[in-house]
Design a protein around this ligand. Structure first.
Ligand code: NDX
Length: 256
């Protein structure tokens, strides 16, 4: 049966960090081509409805760690921290896989990015799950450690912001509509990328709560992936809407 190989965790985490840097260099100047940053709008070939695309792409991030957790033999009952943290990760991806796609009113998603997105979710789902279930070793009182409690708080706060902001974005459109409007309410009052801000806070919270290399690598990846996207969304709004709120920032309220 499977066991912990610390060098595997180190290698996979380092590669994740390298992918984050690659992503930063690719998408800092030009945005990744989906949603409002895709020009060839009427080309239906090579795309999948947003509903299917987000479901397929995010499913492995739920399934892989959930299976690792369920199938571990012998079952790992102690310590509680590992299972709890793995459940947090699965909880987010339960939302992203089984709830978010069924309500989205997004444009069809490019197949090529879907392919890489799916690969990424398999990779990251395996890394986070494998580490937490086979390698992580927390003291029995980890649940009262300041890192666990403060990280959990940040995770929940970020998740709340992310889900609420996803909802506000969705309500900008009637079913079947594909136009863009100025997001209003919630944290959108302060930033153009409120959903991204929430997601970034969430994964840094997760990293603090797990205090682990794989989770910090993933938080860094998230920052490098959707941070630049928030900036490109912001610029898109500024050049599209002359009445765009002047005080609104790109990603971090009052700062940037
Ligand atoms: N999926 C994470 N990299 C990604 C998909 C893309 O979960 O080749 C990373 C994720 C993938 C990426 C994933 C991995 C890396 C890839 C990348 C593409 C290229 C890149 C593969 C897996 C790559 C290397 C080089 C390393 C191989 O029509 P529409 O779709 O624009 O409609 C939108 C709507 N909306 C509006 N409606 C009306 N008016 C407006 N003004 C509107 N503005 C937006 O709202 C959507 O239906 C919806 C949300 O849109 P948007 O653009 O704000 O968010 P989106 O980017 O679609 O993300 C959706 C959610 C969000 O909560 C975000 O936080 C989360 O998913 N997310 C997204 C990306 C990555 C990620 C989280 C993470 O890293 N944790």
């Amino acid at each position: 049966s499977m066991q912990c190989f610390p060098s595997l965790v180190l290698a996979l985490s380092s590669l994740l960090g390298a992918l984050a840097l690659l992503q930063l260099s690719l998408y800092l100047r030009v945005p990744s081509r989906y949603g409002k940053h895709e020009e060839r709008l009427c080309r239906a070939r090579g795309r999948l409805p947003a509903r299917c695309a987000w479901f397929v792409q995010e499913l492995p991030s739920f399934l892989v760690p959930a299976l690792l957790l369920a199938l571990r033999s012998p079952p790992r009952l102690e310590p509680l921290g590992c299972r709890l943290l793995c459940c947090l990760f699965c909880w987010h991806y339960f939302y992203r896989t089984f709830i978010y796609p069924f309500f989205t009113r997004g444009r069809p998603f490019p197949l090529q990015l879907l392919f890489f997105g799916t690969l990424f979710c398999i990779y990251n789902g395996f890394l986070q799950g494998y580490y937490l279930i086979y390698c992580a070793d927390y003291p029995n009182d980890w649940c009262t450690d300041i890192r666990f409690t403060s990280g959990l708080l940040l995770f929940l706060l970020g998740m709340g912001i992310n889900i609420h902001s996803d909802l506000l974005l969705r309500q900008l459109r009637k079913p079947g509509e594909v136009t863009y409007k100025i997001p209003q309410g919630g944290l959108f009052t302060y930033v153009s990328g409120a959903n991204y801000f929430g997601e970034i806070v969430e994964w840094f919270g997760f990293a603090i709560a797990t205090w682990s290399l794989p989770a910090f690598a993933f938080a860094f990846f998230t920052l490098c992936c959707i941070g630049p996207r928030a900036y490109h969304h912001h610029r898109y709004y500024l050049r599209t809407f002359t009445d765009y709120p002047k005080s609104r920032k790109a990603l971090i309220p009052f700062v940037f």
